[in-house]
Design a protein around this ligand. Structure first.
Ligand SMILES: Nc1nc2c(ncn2[C@@H]2O[C@H](COP(=O)(O)OP(=O)(O)OP(=O)(O)O)[C@@H](O)[C@H]2O)c(=O)[nH]1
Length: 335
Protein backbone atom coordinates (compact mmCIF):
# COMPACT_ATOMS: atom_id res chain seq x y z
CA UNK A 1 0.00 0.00 0.00
CA UNK A 2 1.40 3.36 -0.98
CA UNK A 3 1.61 6.21 1.47
CA UNK A 4 -1.35 8.47 0.92
CA UNK A 5 -1.65 12.14 1.49
CA UNK A 6 -5.07 12.53 2.99
CA UNK A 7 -5.00 15.84 4.76
CA UNK A 8 -8.12 16.27 6.86
CA UNK A 9 -10.56 18.61 5.20
CA UNK A 10 -11.61 21.42 7.48
CA UNK A 11 -15.10 21.07 6.00
CA UNK A 12 -15.69 17.74 7.58
CA UNK A 13 -17.79 17.46 10.70
CA UNK A 14 -16.05 16.13 13.81
CA UNK A 15 -17.59 13.16 15.55
CA UNK A 16 -16.92 12.17 19.15
CA UNK A 17 -17.68 8.65 20.22
CA UNK A 18 -18.58 8.25 23.88
CA UNK A 19 -18.36 4.77 25.24
CA UNK A 20 -17.87 3.33 28.70
CA UNK A 21 -18.63 0.94 31.45
CA UNK A 22 -22.15 0.43 32.66
CA UNK A 23 -23.13 3.20 35.04
CA UNK A 24 -19.77 4.91 34.69
CA UNK A 25 -21.24 8.37 34.13
CA UNK A 26 -21.85 8.68 30.38
CA UNK A 27 -25.29 10.25 30.72
CA UNK A 28 -23.96 12.58 33.40
CA UNK A 29 -21.24 13.67 30.97
CA UNK A 30 -23.72 14.08 28.15
CA UNK A 31 -25.97 16.28 30.28
CA UNK A 32 -22.94 18.28 31.32
CA UNK A 33 -21.91 18.77 27.67
CA UNK A 34 -25.40 19.65 26.51
CA UNK A 35 -26.03 22.17 29.25
CA UNK A 36 -22.63 23.89 29.18
CA UNK A 37 -22.30 27.22 27.38
CA UNK A 38 -19.60 26.34 24.90
CA UNK A 39 -21.02 27.70 21.67
CA UNK A 40 -20.96 24.34 19.89
CA UNK A 41 -24.08 23.02 18.26
CA UNK A 42 -23.98 19.32 18.93
CA UNK A 43 -26.14 16.64 17.33
CA UNK A 44 -26.35 13.70 19.70
CA UNK A 45 -26.98 10.15 18.55
CA UNK A 46 -27.85 7.61 21.21
CA UNK A 47 -29.06 4.06 21.56
CA UNK A 48 -31.07 4.80 24.62
CA UNK A 49 -31.60 8.19 25.99
CA UNK A 50 -32.85 9.74 29.20
CA UNK A 51 -34.13 13.18 29.91
CA UNK A 52 -32.19 16.04 28.43
CA UNK A 53 -34.18 19.22 28.51
CA UNK A 54 -32.11 21.27 26.13
CA UNK A 55 -34.25 22.46 23.28
CA UNK A 56 -31.80 23.54 20.59
CA UNK A 57 -30.03 20.20 20.63
CA UNK A 58 -30.84 17.32 18.39
CA UNK A 59 -31.28 13.92 19.94
CA UNK A 60 -31.90 10.92 17.75
CA UNK A 61 -32.36 7.32 18.74
CA UNK A 62 -30.58 4.56 16.86
CA UNK A 63 -31.75 0.99 16.41
CA UNK A 64 -29.12 -1.65 16.33
CA UNK A 65 -28.22 -2.82 12.87
CA UNK A 66 -24.77 -4.12 12.14
CA UNK A 67 -23.51 -5.37 8.78
CA UNK A 68 -20.60 -7.61 8.06
CA UNK A 69 -18.53 -6.42 5.17
CA UNK A 70 -18.96 -8.16 1.83
CA UNK A 71 -15.59 -9.80 2.08
CA UNK A 72 -16.96 -11.79 4.99
CA UNK A 73 -14.40 -10.50 7.42
CA UNK A 74 -16.00 -10.80 10.83
CA UNK A 75 -13.88 -8.07 12.34
CA UNK A 76 -14.90 -5.42 9.81
CA UNK A 77 -18.48 -4.36 10.35
CA UNK A 78 -20.37 -1.14 9.87
CA UNK A 79 -23.58 0.08 11.41
CA UNK A 80 -26.33 0.60 8.88
CA UNK A 81 -28.44 2.59 11.33
CA UNK A 82 -25.57 4.96 11.98
CA UNK A 83 -24.93 5.54 8.27
CA UNK A 84 -28.60 6.35 7.79
CA UNK A 85 -28.73 8.73 10.72
CA UNK A 86 -25.55 10.53 9.70
CA UNK A 87 -26.90 10.87 6.14
CA UNK A 88 -30.23 12.16 7.46
CA UNK A 89 -28.39 14.70 9.55
CA UNK A 90 -26.56 15.98 6.47
CA UNK A 91 -29.87 16.29 4.63
CA UNK A 92 -31.38 18.13 7.59
CA UNK A 93 -28.42 20.48 7.67
CA UNK A 94 -29.17 21.34 4.06
CA UNK A 95 -32.87 21.73 4.86
CA UNK A 96 -33.87 18.74 2.73
CA UNK A 97 -36.99 16.60 3.30
CA UNK A 98 -38.70 19.35 5.26
CA UNK A 99 -36.35 19.05 8.22
CA UNK A 100 -33.76 21.50 9.40
CA UNK A 101 -30.96 20.99 11.87
CA UNK A 102 -28.05 23.22 12.64
CA UNK A 103 -25.01 21.49 14.12
CA UNK A 104 -21.26 21.71 13.92
CA UNK A 105 -20.30 18.45 15.59
CA UNK A 106 -21.77 15.07 16.40
CA UNK A 107 -21.59 13.05 19.58
CA UNK A 108 -22.47 9.38 19.54
CA UNK A 109 -23.28 7.80 22.87
CA UNK A 110 -23.04 4.05 22.85
CA UNK A 111 -25.15 2.97 25.79
CA UNK A 112 -25.77 -0.72 25.50
CA UNK A 113 -23.14 -1.17 22.82
CA UNK A 114 -20.48 -3.54 23.96
CA UNK A 115 -18.07 -3.19 21.09
CA UNK A 116 -17.20 0.24 19.68
CA UNK A 117 -15.41 -1.23 16.62
CA UNK A 118 -18.40 -1.23 14.21
CA UNK A 119 -19.01 2.44 14.98
CA UNK A 120 -15.36 3.34 14.45
CA UNK A 121 -15.09 1.26 11.28
CA UNK A 122 -18.12 3.00 9.79
CA UNK A 123 -15.93 6.09 9.47
CA UNK A 124 -13.12 4.14 7.84
CA UNK A 125 -15.17 2.12 5.39
CA UNK A 126 -18.13 4.14 4.21
CA UNK A 127 -17.00 6.67 1.62
CA UNK A 128 -19.99 9.00 1.88
CA UNK A 129 -19.64 9.18 5.63
CA UNK A 130 -15.89 9.57 5.43
CA UNK A 131 -16.16 12.51 3.06
CA UNK A 132 -18.62 14.38 5.29
CA UNK A 133 -17.47 13.44 8.79
CA UNK A 134 -14.33 12.47 10.64
CA UNK A 135 -13.88 10.66 13.88
CA UNK A 136 -12.40 13.14 16.30
CA UNK A 137 -11.87 10.85 19.25
CA UNK A 138 -13.13 7.92 21.25
CA UNK A 139 -13.84 8.79 24.88
CA UNK A 140 -14.24 5.92 27.32
CA UNK A 141 -15.73 6.51 30.75
CA UNK A 142 -14.44 4.28 33.48
CA UNK A 143 -16.14 3.85 36.84
CA UNK A 144 -13.14 4.20 39.15
CA UNK A 145 -14.95 2.38 41.95
CA UNK A 146 -15.90 -0.70 39.94
CA UNK A 147 -13.29 -0.67 37.19
CA UNK A 148 -11.18 -3.53 38.51
CA UNK A 149 -14.25 -5.71 38.79
CA UNK A 150 -15.47 -4.76 35.30
CA UNK A 151 -12.07 -5.41 33.81
CA UNK A 152 -11.69 -8.74 35.62
CA UNK A 153 -15.11 -9.90 34.55
CA UNK A 154 -15.12 -9.37 30.88
CA UNK A 155 -13.77 -8.62 27.52
CA UNK A 156 -16.19 -5.79 26.82
CA UNK A 157 -14.77 -3.37 29.35
CA UNK A 158 -11.26 -4.26 28.22
CA UNK A 159 -12.12 -3.55 24.58
CA UNK A 160 -13.62 -0.21 25.49
CA UNK A 161 -10.35 0.69 27.17
CA UNK A 162 -8.39 -0.58 24.19
CA UNK A 163 -10.19 1.70 21.73
CA UNK A 164 -10.03 4.86 23.82
CA UNK A 165 -8.18 8.03 22.92
CA UNK A 166 -9.25 9.55 26.21
CA UNK A 167 -10.03 7.64 29.40
CA UNK A 168 -12.14 9.49 31.94
CA UNK A 169 -11.73 7.94 35.37
CA UNK A 170 -14.98 9.02 36.91
CA UNK A 171 -16.32 8.72 40.48
CA UNK A 172 -12.97 9.57 41.99
CA UNK A 173 -14.79 10.51 45.20
CA UNK A 174 -15.45 6.81 45.82
CA UNK A 175 -11.83 5.62 45.83
CA UNK A 176 -8.60 6.59 47.59
CA UNK A 177 -5.37 7.78 45.98
CA UNK A 178 -3.70 4.36 46.08
CA UNK A 179 -6.63 2.69 44.36
CA UNK A 180 -6.61 5.40 41.70
CA UNK A 181 -2.91 5.01 41.09
CA UNK A 182 -3.11 1.27 40.69
CA UNK A 183 -6.10 1.60 38.37
CA UNK A 184 -4.25 4.14 36.22
CA UNK A 185 -1.32 1.77 36.02
CA UNK A 186 -3.56 -1.06 34.92
CA UNK A 187 -5.26 1.06 32.25
CA UNK A 188 -1.91 2.41 31.06
CA UNK A 189 -0.65 -1.13 30.52
CA UNK A 190 -3.70 -1.86 28.38
CA UNK A 191 -3.65 1.38 26.43
CA UNK A 192 -0.52 3.51 26.65
CA UNK A 193 -1.53 6.15 24.15
CA UNK A 194 -4.80 7.26 25.70
CA UNK A 195 -4.91 10.43 27.77
CA UNK A 196 -6.23 9.80 31.27
CA UNK A 197 -8.20 12.36 33.27
CA UNK A 198 -9.76 11.90 36.69
CA UNK A 199 -13.27 13.27 37.04
CA UNK A 200 -15.97 13.74 39.62
CA UNK A 201 -19.56 13.70 38.35
CA UNK A 202 -18.12 13.54 34.81
CA UNK A 203 -16.90 17.09 35.15
CA UNK A 204 -14.24 17.83 32.56
CA UNK A 205 -13.21 20.86 30.52
CA UNK A 206 -14.76 20.33 27.12
CA UNK A 207 -11.61 21.26 25.25
CA UNK A 208 -10.05 18.11 26.70
CA UNK A 209 -12.61 15.90 25.02
CA UNK A 210 -14.04 17.78 22.02
CA UNK A 211 -12.06 18.81 18.95
CA UNK A 212 -8.89 17.06 20.04
CA UNK A 213 -8.22 15.32 16.74
CA UNK A 214 -7.00 12.23 18.53
CA UNK A 215 -8.09 9.91 15.76
CA UNK A 216 -6.49 12.07 13.13
CA UNK A 217 -3.89 9.97 11.46
CA UNK A 218 -1.55 12.96 11.30
CA UNK A 219 -1.67 13.41 15.03
CA UNK A 220 1.58 12.48 16.64
CA UNK A 221 1.75 9.34 18.64
CA UNK A 222 1.79 10.01 22.33
CA UNK A 223 2.91 7.38 24.71
CA UNK A 224 3.31 8.10 28.37
CA UNK A 225 7.09 7.78 28.92
CA UNK A 226 6.34 6.18 32.28
CA UNK A 227 4.65 3.29 30.54
CA UNK A 228 7.77 2.42 28.60
CA UNK A 229 9.71 1.78 31.77
CA UNK A 230 7.05 -0.47 33.22
CA UNK A 231 7.30 -4.15 32.74
CA UNK A 232 5.72 -5.50 35.90
CA UNK A 233 2.01 -5.76 35.23
CA UNK A 234 0.16 -7.13 38.19
CA UNK A 235 -3.01 -8.02 36.31
CA UNK A 236 -3.37 -10.80 33.88
CA UNK A 237 -5.48 -8.83 31.40
CA UNK A 238 -5.87 -10.53 28.06
CA UNK A 239 -6.07 -7.08 26.48
CA UNK A 240 -2.70 -5.46 26.60
CA UNK A 241 -0.43 -3.28 24.53
CA UNK A 242 3.00 -3.69 23.08
CA UNK A 243 5.36 -1.09 21.70
CA UNK A 244 7.61 -2.00 18.77
CA UNK A 245 10.68 0.11 18.14
CA UNK A 246 13.35 0.12 15.46
CA UNK A 247 16.10 2.67 14.86
CA UNK A 248 17.21 1.42 11.45
CA UNK A 249 15.22 2.78 8.48
CA UNK A 250 12.38 0.53 7.32
CA UNK A 251 11.13 -0.50 3.90
CA UNK A 252 7.50 0.56 3.29
CA UNK A 253 6.71 -2.37 0.98
CA UNK A 254 7.94 -4.77 3.60
CA UNK A 255 5.83 -3.05 6.25
CA UNK A 256 2.73 -3.36 4.06
CA UNK A 257 3.38 -7.04 3.44
CA UNK A 258 4.12 -7.66 7.11
CA UNK A 259 0.86 -5.99 8.25
CA UNK A 260 -1.23 -7.67 5.55
CA UNK A 261 0.34 -10.94 6.65
CA UNK A 262 -0.84 -10.73 10.24
CA UNK A 263 -4.11 -8.79 9.97
CA UNK A 264 -5.63 -11.65 8.00
CA UNK A 265 -5.29 -14.02 10.93
CA UNK A 266 -5.03 -11.66 13.86
CA UNK A 267 -7.34 -8.83 12.76
CA UNK A 268 -9.97 -9.80 15.30
CA UNK A 269 -7.44 -9.89 18.11
CA UNK A 270 -5.60 -6.66 17.33
CA UNK A 271 -8.00 -3.83 18.11
CA UNK A 272 -5.97 -0.76 17.39
CA UNK A 273 -2.49 0.12 16.26
CA UNK A 274 -0.85 3.41 15.67
CA UNK A 275 2.68 4.48 14.98
CA UNK A 276 5.33 6.63 13.38
CA UNK A 277 7.61 4.99 10.84
CA UNK A 278 11.08 5.97 9.73
CA UNK A 279 11.14 4.84 6.10
CA UNK A 280 14.29 4.69 4.00
CA UNK A 281 14.41 7.38 1.32
CA UNK A 282 11.36 9.22 2.71
CA UNK A 283 12.03 12.67 4.15
CA UNK A 284 8.75 12.75 6.02
CA UNK A 285 7.69 10.76 9.00
CA UNK A 286 5.13 8.16 7.95
CA UNK A 287 2.18 7.72 10.27
CA UNK A 288 0.18 4.58 10.17
CA UNK A 289 -2.79 3.36 12.12
CA UNK A 290 -5.47 0.76 11.94
CA UNK A 291 -8.55 -0.71 13.53
CA UNK A 292 -8.73 -4.50 13.27
CA UNK A 293 -8.07 -5.30 9.59
CA UNK A 294 -8.33 -1.77 8.25
CA UNK A 295 -5.18 0.29 8.16
CA UNK A 296 -3.74 3.27 6.36
CA UNK A 297 -0.48 5.18 6.14
CA UNK A 298 0.04 8.87 5.47
CA UNK A 299 3.01 11.14 5.30
CA UNK A 300 3.49 13.62 8.10
CA UNK A 301 5.93 16.50 8.56
CA UNK A 302 9.61 16.13 7.63
CA UNK A 303 12.02 14.64 10.12
CA UNK A 304 14.00 17.38 11.79
CA UNK A 305 17.78 17.45 11.61
CA UNK A 306 18.17 17.35 15.38
CA UNK A 307 15.56 14.64 15.91
CA UNK A 308 16.32 11.00 16.70
CA UNK A 309 14.79 9.06 13.83
CA UNK A 310 13.07 6.00 15.15
CA UNK A 311 10.06 3.92 14.16
CA UNK A 312 7.64 3.32 16.99
CA UNK A 313 4.34 1.49 16.86
CA UNK A 314 1.83 0.69 19.61
CA UNK A 315 -0.44 -2.32 19.19
CA UNK A 316 -3.38 -2.89 21.48
CA UNK A 317 -5.09 -6.23 21.41
CA UNK A 318 -5.74 -9.56 23.01
CA UNK A 319 -2.97 -12.01 23.81
CA UNK A 320 -0.37 -10.21 21.73
CA UNK A 321 2.95 -12.00 21.38
CA UNK A 322 5.47 -9.20 21.80
CA UNK A 323 8.48 -11.19 20.57
CA UNK A 324 6.71 -12.43 17.47
CA UNK A 325 5.61 -8.93 16.49
CA UNK A 326 9.01 -7.42 17.25
CA UNK A 327 10.76 -10.04 15.10
CA UNK A 328 8.41 -9.36 12.19
CA UNK A 329 8.94 -5.64 12.59
CA UNK A 330 12.71 -6.06 12.48
CA UNK A 331 12.41 -8.01 9.24
CA UNK A 332 11.05 -4.80 7.66
CA UNK A 333 14.42 -3.07 7.98
CA UNK A 334 15.51 -1.69 4.59
CA UNK A 335 18.69 -2.93 2.92
N1 LIG B 1 -20.42 9.14 43.60
C1 LIG B 1 -20.46 9.49 42.30
N2 LIG B 1 -21.53 9.21 41.55
C2 LIG B 1 -21.55 9.58 40.26
C3 LIG B 1 -20.46 10.27 39.68
N3 LIG B 1 -20.77 10.49 38.38
C4 LIG B 1 -21.98 9.96 38.15
N4 LIG B 1 -22.48 9.41 39.30
C5 LIG B 1 -23.76 8.71 39.48
O1 LIG B 1 -23.65 7.41 38.93
C6 LIG B 1 -24.91 7.00 38.40
C7 LIG B 1 -24.76 6.52 36.96
O2 LIG B 1 -24.42 7.64 36.15
P1 LIG B 1 -24.87 7.75 34.62
O3 LIG B 1 -24.37 9.05 34.12
O4 LIG B 1 -26.31 7.45 34.48
O5 LIG B 1 -24.02 6.56 34.03
P2 LIG B 1 -24.13 5.91 32.56
O6 LIG B 1 -22.74 5.54 32.19
O7 LIG B 1 -24.85 6.81 31.65
O8 LIG B 1 -24.99 4.65 32.88
P3 LIG B 1 -25.58 3.56 31.83
O9 LIG B 1 -26.08 4.34 30.67
O10 LIG B 1 -26.64 2.90 32.63
O11 LIG B 1 -24.45 2.67 31.51
C8 LIG B 1 -25.84 8.19 38.57
O12 LIG B 1 -26.59 8.00 39.72
C9 LIG B 1 -24.90 9.38 38.73
O13 LIG B 1 -25.45 10.43 39.47
C10 LIG B 1 -19.32 10.59 40.51
O14 LIG B 1 -18.32 11.16 40.09
N5 LIG B 1 -19.38 10.16 41.81
Amino acid sequence: MAVENNAVSSERIPVTLLTGFLGAGKTTLLNHILSAHHGHKIAVIVNEFGEVGIDNKLVIGADEEIFEMNNGCICCTVRGDLIRILSDLLDARDGKNGKYAEFDRVLIETTGLADPAPVIQTFFINEDIDSAYYLDSVITMVDARHADQHLDEGHEAQEQVAFADVLLLNKVDLVDTNELQSLEKRLRAMNPHAKIYQTHKSNIELEKILGINAFDIDQKLEIDPGFLQEEDHEHDDSVSSIVLREERPLDMDKIDKWVIGWVVNLGTEVFRYKGILYIKGVKQRVIFQGVHMLFESTSDREWREDERKVSEVVLIGRNLDREWFQKGFEKCVAH
